[in-house]
Design a protein around this ligand. Structure first.
Ligand SMILES: O=C(O)CCC(=O)C(=O)O
Ligand SMILES: [Fe+2]
Length: 274
């Protein structure tokens, strides 16, 4: 069925923290994007090894850029984004657009996190807390060129602080991933799956080929990857001048704090003391 925008997309975005524009990428563009993503996979593995799961920004590499430009100019997509967010929100610029890939050899998952809060070492949490509900910041896209069930989210968690069950699951910082040392491929896969399921409320963000997920990266999420499922999912910020200005301010500050020996602040410090 052809994509049709509805108010449900707006409602879902602000309540769940994620909405999916189903089938919004036309098949002819998908063919072109898949060919370009195959080039990206080859470069990524050559440059960063077989386990690499992303190449970003795509604009820096010898890859046919035309499909990415066409993606950035899709009228239905621009219209849908401007209705959920605003006409000033942009995506698929040369600065950040990347592609998420399946690892070549072994299952692997990221740790559960809220972006910036849990994965930027040295970030001062007050800087994130102050703007976490600002709709000009922290918007992100995953656009699946193949069926993709790698991403998990905790729906609605962008609206609130951590719940007691979440604090109990991850009382300390940095958040640990599963222990995959010396495990067989199937054991790694099972451990990663159980790790995904271990956060209360975790659910798959299921995408079919050509689906575009818009999500708040301030919600709890994770990527879980197996080598036997081909993945090429475009990934980018849905950006604004305000978000860029915030990044330009906090990234160097976080670097300075790291140099001074700080790493991750605990957002739930009372638990750590317990
Ligand atoms: O692979 C994914 O879908 C999630 C990646 C992610 O969480 C991140 O890039 O911060
Ligand atoms: Fe993330």
């Amino acid at each position: 069925m052809r994509f049709r925008f509805s108010d449900r997309h707006i409602d879902e975005y602000y309540t769940r923290g994620a909405t999916i524009f189903r089938g919004i990428v036309p098949p002819a563009l998908l063919d072109d994007l898949r060919r370009a993503a195959d080039q990206a996979r080859e470069i990524a593995r050559q440059k960063f090894g077989p386990q690499t799961q992303r190449l970003q920004p795509l604009s820096q590499y010898e890859i046919n850029q035309k499909p990415f430009e066409d993606f950035g100019n899709l009228p239905e997509l621009r219209d849908a984004l401007s209705r959920v967010l605003s006409p000033q929100h942009t995506y698929a610029t040369t600065e950040m657009l990347g592609v998420l890939l399946e690892p070549a050899e072994l299952p692997y998952c990221t740790m559960w996190h809220r972006d910036w809060r849990d994965n930027i070492s040295g970030l001062e949490l007050a800087q994130w807390d102050a703007v976490v509900h600002d709709i000009n910041l922290f918007n992100q896209l995953n656009c699946a060129l193949y069926e993709d069930s790698s991403t998990w989210i905790v729906s609605g968690s962008h609206l609130r602080r951590d719940l007691p069950g979440e604090v109990a699951r991850f009382p300390h910082r940095p958040i640990p991933g599963p222990d995959l040392e010396h495990k067989s491929p199937a054991e790694r896969e099972r451990l990663c799956l159980e790790y995904c399921q271990s956060l209360p409320g975790a659910e798959h963000l299921w995408l079919d080929a050509g689906d575009f997920a818009l999500y708040r990266n301030s919600l709890w999420h994770i990527g879980n990857y197996v080598p036997y499922k081909k993945r090429a999912t475009l990934h980018d910020a849905v950006d604004t001048p305000q978000f860029k200005a915030w990044r330009d301010k906090v990234i160097p500050e976080a670097a300075r704090r790291r140099e001074a020996g700080l790493d991750f602040e605990n957002p739930n410090p009372r638990q750590e003391a317990a």
